[in-house]
Design a protein around this ligand. Sequence first.
Ligand SMILES: Cc1cc2nc3c(=O)[nH]c(=O)nc-3n(C[C@H](O)[C@H](O)[C@H](O)COP(=O)(O)O)c2cc1C
Length: 451
Amino acid sequence: MSLRDFIEQARQAGYLVEIHREVSPRLELARVAAALDGRPVLFHRVTGSKFPVIVGAGSAREYYVRALGVSADRLLPTLANALEHPRPPEIVESGACQQIVESDVGPSTSLGAGLGCLPILTHLPTDPAPYITAGVAVIRDADYGCNVSFHRLMVTGPRTVVARIVEGRGTDTAWRKTQDGLPVAICVGNSLPVLLAASMSPPKGVDELGIANAMQPTPLVQCKTVDLQVPAESEFVLEGHITHQLADEGPFLDLTETMDFVRQQPVVVIDCITHRRDAIYQALLPGKLEHKLLMGMPKEPTIFAAVSKVCECRDVVITPGGTSWLHAVVSIVKRDPEDGRRAIEAAFAGHGSLKHVVVVDDDINVHDPAQVEWAIATRFQADHDLIVLAGQPGSSLDPSATHAPGQKARTAKMGLDATIPWGANRKEYEKMGYEKVDAREYLNAGQSLDR
Ligand SMILES: Cc1cc2nc3c(=O)[nH]c(=O)nc-3n(C[C@H](O)[C@H](O)[C@H](O)COP(=O)(O)O)c2cc1C
């Protein structure tokens, strides 16, 4: 289901918010979308651009469930299956993303041309420039083939952006192998499977577009000016090169809702823009629910797979309170005294940026923070059940980690084994309940429980 099919489905089902009043892409649009966080919002009239803007298409788990046509409890297995069994996409002759080809993007000195035609948002008054936030970059690594990932793009001219490219990941390693720059196609306005696949870090050599295609058919079309293939159903494609020229990128609000600092990052030159005739521009609010879900949710299947190698894993959630990146809860069926500890170690292996993990038994609903805290309160003793690891490789997004330019951040990690102690009488650890009655039967006639 393309992005526009998803929007139509949301409209039909009544959960799309449509704003017809004109809004400015400078600060105003982001503020309105933030106030409606958790809903897909379509802005029909955006000052200075003919293109409408969609924000929040992926801002609730339920939207992925609907877009993939699965039940809520099949979401994690569906992602895990696509990650494990990618399917090469079909290559088609022509794609809607190329209905209009604007090959003369510049050179121009004003932002009125090229990228200036797009309704690119400025999110906060402190932002140094407008930012493209929902751009999915397709590149080809000389050794490993196609790689697809998100890169926020700071717009510095009608055909130039500065890309935040996290060190050591797919785009970075491919770019470092080149001398004249790395060809890139940045797709904006993507289906939910493409957004999910772009957020994943499969083993090197696994093409994320094959993962998207395993979730739902994702035909590809050849780009016009670079030798890359992109999802034919995209709304916009920006074709160009990631150069070896560096410029300041940031400061910019990140996933943790704290400001990411300024770094020297690669300049990307755009040579050609293709788009649908009536294209819809997609934006994603940094730090808000869509950003959080897209970061965290694709890590749940990788943690699930890693923990499943050492014991029976039942469920995994990356929790929103932990910035949807740094904290996870894992439930297991404990069959050995060491299963809790093994699950902690495996969870860290399954998601390298994970900082804190709680392991619980399978009677605890990992999605209910109160149940997880109850398990910690009643089943956990810090002097036996806590694992603390010092000086570990950590997330670049954690302001409390130790950061050095060009090096992986360093952090302490903590795992809590909140499973029932081995050999204990399980009955003593089970949550007791009262038998259910209908209290209304005990009230006087006319008496109500409403407050
Ligand atoms: C909404 C969103 C924004 C992201 N922004 C960036 C970014 O600006 N730079 C970056 O390097 N990675 C960013 N990422 C993470 C990459 O998409 C992710 O690391 C990718 O899976 C790396 O995969 P790879 O190891 O296959 O390259 C973002 C992820 C999401 C979900």
